[in-house]
Write a protein that binds this ligand. Structure first.
Ligand code: DLL
Length: 433
């Protein structure tokens, strides 16, 4: 264990630690963030009255909309000169979610990722190739600092360029690769189709650190057998810290949540009621130590279940079931979070486009594939082909720059998209997970 004191802490001691830290976090948020002052006051909650963990139920939730409305720095609880880093959850539009970290928060981020890596059996002898995107996305830098904290040799290659990934695996003796599970499958496809001469089993690669998007047990088996490695799950979300909120131990039977930093509850997504132990529902997070950007009862929209029945690995930390669904319409396309409403706003600012569109998500080979069908006006549709091509290229460029995704844009004639009697069917997700 990377930090046995916390990872194997006796439960009564952990609950007491959480109680103390919760009190600090609530007080810190209330005193320094106008949003929390306002929402706590409106709910008649004063952190001074916080006594037991159950008192948290009296505290209002924080939603993604609240975070967006506070763009960019409205939820920061410390002055900007104390903020050492920012990350952002998606795109570059005004409604992205921005999170800040003090130097202390950056240290916690590295610590929780290092704990995950140690759970997967990594030590300072490992060579960890970080193939998550670097930049505003938390994946690249998150894994990077965690790997350095562990003392492993860290290879900051970033996402994409499969040929180069394969070259470094061989030349640098990479033992672990961190990337999205769909990219791992993409590497397997690439090897089969383009590099039958490259025997990945003859390299030192022995494990993968996969997350940022849902993936099934079936995908795990496929990755493990095609690449000849162990596939481990890493989970997290920018609002809470990034990757490293939880990770899988060698038992591969749920992800341990680092409860000394994150307090978790499961609620009914419709009523907001806290559900009894073991129930499936939406997981809600409260940060216990975050200085720059405390989150209090953040509604993740991720659906899971918590297990409090101990683990053969010796950790006492609660385990969460693999996340396989969400309670909102957020799509995760190749690891990038996209809301249909963001696609809509790009379309709405484009001249000649009708407010009728359909988003079709599928998995082509290993990678997510997205097509946006857009109705155009009669006038545009009867225009020359090159006018239509230029328009679809312009829309695709906007998707790339605003949302960070490459989508196929298909322009269709007026009325081509089926109208529905009730809610319009905007998204057709053909992926099985
Ligand atoms: O995806 C952080 C991350 C980076 C996690 C690298 C793991 C590895 P966001 O971009 O804010 O942060 O997206 C967070 O992605 O609420 C889940 O819906 C989904 N997600 C993340 N990890 C997993 C996972 C990063 N292991 C959102 N399994 C979350 C299922 C996941 N879903």
């Amino acid at each position: 264990m990377f930090n046995k004191e916390f990872e194997a802490m006796p439960l009564p001691k952990m609950r007491e630690l959480q109680r103390e830290r919760l009190k600090w976090s609530l007080t810190h948020a209330y005193a320094n963030v106008p949003h929390y002052k306002k929402s706590f006051d409106a709910a008649g909650f004063n952190p001074d009255t916080f006594k037991t963990l159950d008192d948290l139920r009296r505290v209002p939730f924080l939603t993604k909309q609240d975070m967006r409305a506070s763009y960019p720095f409205g939820l920061f609880a410390v002055p900007l000169d104390k903020v050492a880093r920012v990350h952002s959850s998606s795109g570059t539009t005004g409604n992205a979610t921005v999170v800040g970290y003090t130097t202390g928060d950056v240290g916690v981020f590295a610590e929780v990722v290092a704990r995950c890596l140690a759970m997967y059996g990594a030590t300072e002898k490992d060579v960890i190739q970080v193939a998550y995107g670097y930049g505003l996305f938390t994946g690249g830098l998150g894994l990077h600092y965690g790997s350095e904290k562990l003392g492993a040799l860290t290879v900051p290659i970033g996402g994409g360029n499969t040929e180069r990934q394969l070259m470094l695996i061989k030349d640098f003796g990479t033992t672990m690769i961190a990337c999205t599970p769909s990219y791992a499958l993409n590497i397997a496809d690439y090897l089969e189709k383009k590099r039958p001469d490259y025997d990945i089993r003859k390299t030192k690669l022995r494990a993968g650190i996969f997350g940022a998007e849902p993936w099934s047990e079936q995908m795990r088996r496929e990755i493990e057998s095609r690449l000849g490695i162990e596939a481990y799950d890493i989970y997290g979300l920018s609002e809470v810290i990034g990757p490293g909120v939880s990770g899988e131990c060698s038992q591969k039977s749920g992800l341990h949540v680092f409860e000394d930093h994150f307090y978790v509850e499961i609620i009914d997504p419709d009523t907001g009621e806290v559900l009894p132990e073991g129930s499936k529902g939406e997981i809600v997070y409260t940060s216990l130590t975050k200085e720059a950007c405390p989150v209090i009862r953040y509604r993740s929209r991720d659906i899971t279940r918590l297990y409090y029945d101990g683990c053969a690995c010796g950790r006492t930390l609660v385990k969460m079931e693999k996340v396989t669904g969400r309670s909102d319409d957020m799509l995760i396309i190749r690891g990038v979070n996209v809301f249909p409403s963001q696609i809509e706003s790009v379309l709405m600012e484009t001249e000649g486009v009708e407010p009728h569109y359909q988003i079709i998500v599928d998995r082509k080979g290993a990678l997510d594939d997205i097509e946006v069908k857009v109705e155009v006006t009669e006038k545009i549709f009867s225009d020359e082909l090159k006018v239509l091509e230029a328009l679809s290229r312009r829309i695709a460029d906007r998707f790339r720059s605003v949302l960070g995704i490459s989508a196929k844009v298909t322009l269709v004639e007026p009325l081509a998209i089926p109208r529905s009697e009730g809610k319009a069917v905007r998204v057709i997700d053909k992926r099985t997970i």
